[in-house]
Design a protein around this ligand. Structure first.
Ligand SMILES: Nc1ncnc2c1ncn2[C@@H]1O[C@H](COP(=O)(O)OP(=O)(O)OP(=O)(O)O)[C@@H](O)[C@H]1O
Length: 764
């Protein structure tokens, strides 16, 4: 009798054969549509004669052009669809599906469904493969074991009895392994997948999505979906699957350009950029908050991640920062902006060739000449209009002046031709012609004034921001933040000094942008439908409120691990509270992911004990070796241990990242290792590419990344001395998938004191 594997292979062979047939057919369609389009284009250029001498001739030509365009557009869209189908088939040919479910719905006979990366049918309603995002596929992901499973369809909830859940490991159309899930066995396939070595690119988790992750992926109701997840619990993975899911679910309505992901650093973007293409989808827009803000202030240099991380802040600055990061400060900015409707707008004169053209007073008088119904946006556009009117008057006056008339007389033919432009040369009178030329002449002279008006360049964003900061003691109760007036004033001076050097801190840039958006009446990016923010714990409430303002029509998915707040520290817990006030409670969902899939049980057990009162973390049962701590009094011994460990890791084909605290430390490690003949790559900035081989990474850039093996460099009490470093240590250690080695020169960091000695090994 044939084994299960043989029977399944037979079916798979049959499906692959059909897929190949479909490929040939689809290939022909693509070729035909391409040929059609070419014919249309050729015909068009041959047959269309431009009739532009009469009005009806012009209309006729325009209509023909329009018809041809429509025809071409239709072909173009058919072509894109056919190409997409062909791409899906190409993907399915090698791995048609990865799962099978057998289930019965009450009163119906048993159904069998195979699940893969795309849909494939050989006739209407005869689905040989279901897309993993189809409603029915949810049964596969949602059932904990076998038995009753509820899943959501477009017509509401349905209940089925799941009788078989079978998983296949497939390579090039060949089934390598078959796993039948039942309660006792657990997720064998997941164990298998997680045991694999890491890659420099993240992979899709579509074959092994877990139940809780599935909830995140398929949520379409929430305006705010907040995911608190332990390190390695699959937040990032789930979010990428979610993007693919949404693009499928709203195909035709949602484009990948309407989805934006804010990620912790550029390296991370590089790390994840294959996941969606692997699933046949385009990547969404990816950006770091730094890039987002820097793009908007090209004349200022925004503080980088490194500067932010390595900055040592005085206690007063920390308190001020707390105030500036708060929602209260955001509200104060809003109130202040509104107050500008009655007074306080900062403007600069509009100058032409160094001379004042419109003075500050003129501009301000206009701005405040409108009644109170003129809110910021309208007030500003009314001001622009009035300035343009004034400009026109000055143009008319100057056009008739002797100076201009004389200048025109002296122009060459070519210069005159330029002034006439497309304008007909039939004028009612000589005066009218001179008027026209005079106006053209002066308009050119005054063009920079025109540009400055249109671009709101009479506003002064930096002065306005400083004026706002100066007004803060009237708007916010400084005492609540334990900030004295003198401290605040000194801070305003510091920001002013930064501006002089064309610098702005990450803490200020958001408020700066927000204030300016309000003054200009910008409504944000209304096209964006979904905003994802990863590593939310490193954002401030102010930044989140600003993102919400900037994407007014978007749903938000916020992912974070409060245990890994390496930039905002303790503030991250209050962030959660503030978030609650920003979104409608009814439309907010919170999901907690506690199981960590990245690391072995031994590594997770170790790392979670670094935390005190941390968010819950449980290990996925994948066995490995205990983390190793090597402590020595000599720097040389630490180095030779590192070299030795790298050799072992290399031998076992484990990719290693050595994580040092600061960039300076990482530079030193790299130099020392290179001197020992080691091949290592130092990741210096977040804009660098990830490359194969051993990497040396500064701690603040390790966010979101993972490696087979981690060597934590010099975990001594000096580097990681107090509680403020706890979350950083946790983040570093939790990057390891299979092996964690901690090296320490001098006294070991007290942050490991709580770890149960059974959970690690001391190395000689
Ligand atoms: N359901 C799953 N099936 C297979 N692998 C998974 C699954 N969930 C998570 N993983 C794997 O676990 C690792 C960690 O996942 P991911 O990076 O998404 O976690 P994270 O919560 O974003 O972590 P961190 O906050 O530490 O950056 C990845 O290698 C991912 O592929």
């Amino acid at each position: 009798m044939a084994t299960i594997k043989e029977t399944e292979q037979k079916r798979m062979d049959a499906v692959v054969a059909k897929i190949k047939e479909a490929q040939v057919k689809e290939g022909k369609t693509v070729a035909k549509v391409e040929a059609d389009s070419k014919t249309i284009k050729d015909d068009f250029s041959k047959n269309v004669r431009l009739k532009t001498s009469t009005y009806s001739g012009m209309m006729e030509t325009a209509l023909t052009v329009r018809q041809q365009q429509q025809l071409l557009q239709e072909r173009e869209s058919n072509l894109n669809q056919a190409k997409r189908r062909l791409e899906t088939l190409e993907r399915l040919e090698h791995k048609p599906y990865f799962a099978r479910i057998d289930f019965t719905e009450e009163g119906e006979s048993k159904e069998v469904a195979y699940i893969g990366l795309g849909t494939f049918s050989d006739g209407p309603d005869n689905f040989l493969v279901y897309d993993w995002r189809a409603p029915i596929s949810s049964i596969y992901y949602d059932g904990q074991g076998l038995g009753e499973v509820t899943y959501l369809t477009p017509d509401g909830e349905r209940k089925v009895n799941l009788e078989l859940k079978r998983q296949f490991m497939v390579e090039d159309g060949q089934i390598l392994t078959v796993f039948d899930t039942d309660e006792t066995l657990g997720d064998q396939m997941l164990l298998e997948v997680l045991g694999e070595d890491s890659d420099i690119k993240m992979k899709s988790i579509v074959t092994t999505i877990q139940r809780e992750q599935n909830k995140i992926i398929r949520d379409t109701k929430s305006d705010l979906l907040f995911v608190q997840g332990a390190a390695g619990s699959g937040k990032t993975s789930a979010v990428l699957q979610r993007v693919a899911y949404l693009l499928y679910q709203y195909r035709g309505k949602l484009k990948s350009s309407q989805v934006i992901l804010f990620s912790p650093n550029q390296l991370f973007n590089d790390y994840i950029d294959q996941v969606l293409p692997e699933m046949g989808e385009h990547n969404m827009v990816q950006m770091t908050f730094y890039q987002y803000s820097q793009r908007r202030v090209p004349n200022l240099r925004v503080e980088t991640l490194q500067e932010r991380f390595e900055k040592v802040e005085a206690p007063a600055t920390q308190k001020i920062q707390k105030l500036k990061d708060s929602l209260e400060f955001f509200k104060a900015t809003t109130r202040y902006a509104r107050s500008l409707e009655t007074q306080g707008l900062r403007v600069r004169p509009i100058k032409l060739n160094g001379e004042v053209f419109f003075s500050k007073e003129t501009i301000k008088d206009i701005y405040y000449s409108f009644n109170e119904n003129y809110h910021l946006k309208v007030r500003l556009s009314a001001t622009r209009e009035a300035l343009i009117k004034k400009l026109n008057k000055r143009i008319n006056k100057a056009a008739r002046s002797e100076r201009v008339q004389e200048a025109i007389q002296g122009l060459s033919k070519q210069q005159l031709d330029q002034l006439y432009g497309d304008h007909s040369r039939n004028f009612k009178s000589g005066d009218a012609e001179m008027d026209f030329l005079g106006r053209q002449f002066v308009m050119r002279e005054f063009s920079t004034v025109h540009k400055k008006i249109i671009k709101n360049q009479f506003l002064s964003p930096r002065m306005q921001y400083l004026a706002f900061l100066k007004a803060v003691p009237r708007l916010v109760n400084l005492a609540k933040y334990e900030v004295s007036l003198a401290e605040w004033q000194a801070h305003v001076e510091a920001v002013k000094a930064d501006f002089k050097e064309k610098k702005v801190s990450l803490g200020d840039v958001t408020a700066f942008l927000y204030l300016f958006d309000l003054v200009c009446g910008r409504r944000g990016e209304t096209e964006m439908r979904h905003v994802f923010v990863d590593e939310i714990q490193d954002y401030t409430a102010y930044q989140l409120a600003y993102l919400k303002f900037s994407f007014p029509n978007a749903k938000f998915t916020l992912l974070g691990d409060l245990n890994q707040a390496i930039f905002t520290g303790e503030n991250s817990h209050s962030l959660l509270k503030e978030l609650g006030t920003m979104f409608d409670k009814e439309k907010t969902s919170v999901v907690q992911l506690t199981k960590s899939y990245r690391s072995t049980q031994q590594i997770t057990d170790f790392t979670k004990e670094v935390l005190i009162n941390g968010e819950a973390v449980t290990a996925f049962e994948r066995a490995g070796e205990k983390p190793v701590i090597f402590q020595t009094d000599s720097q040389a011994a630490m180095l030779s241990k590192a070299v030795q460990q790298l050799a072992t890791n290399d031998q076992e084909k484990l990719t290693t990242a050595i994580i040092g605290k600061t960039l300076a430390e990482c530079e030193a490690i790299t130099a020392e290792l290179k001197a020992q003949g080691q091949e290592v790559t130092l990741i210096r900035t977040e804009n660098q590419r990830l490359v194969p081989g051993t990497l040396v990474v500064p701690s603040y850039l390790a966010k979101g990344l993972e490696f087979d093996a981690i060597i934590m460099w010099d975990a001594n009490a000096q580097n990681y001395g107090d509680d403020s470093q706890r979350q950083l240590v946790y983040t570093i250690c939790s990057r390891a998938m299979h092996r964690l080695t901690i090296l320490c020169h001098g006294q070991l960091s007290p942050l490991f004191a709580n770890v149960n000695p059974d959970h690690y090994q001391l190395s000689e």
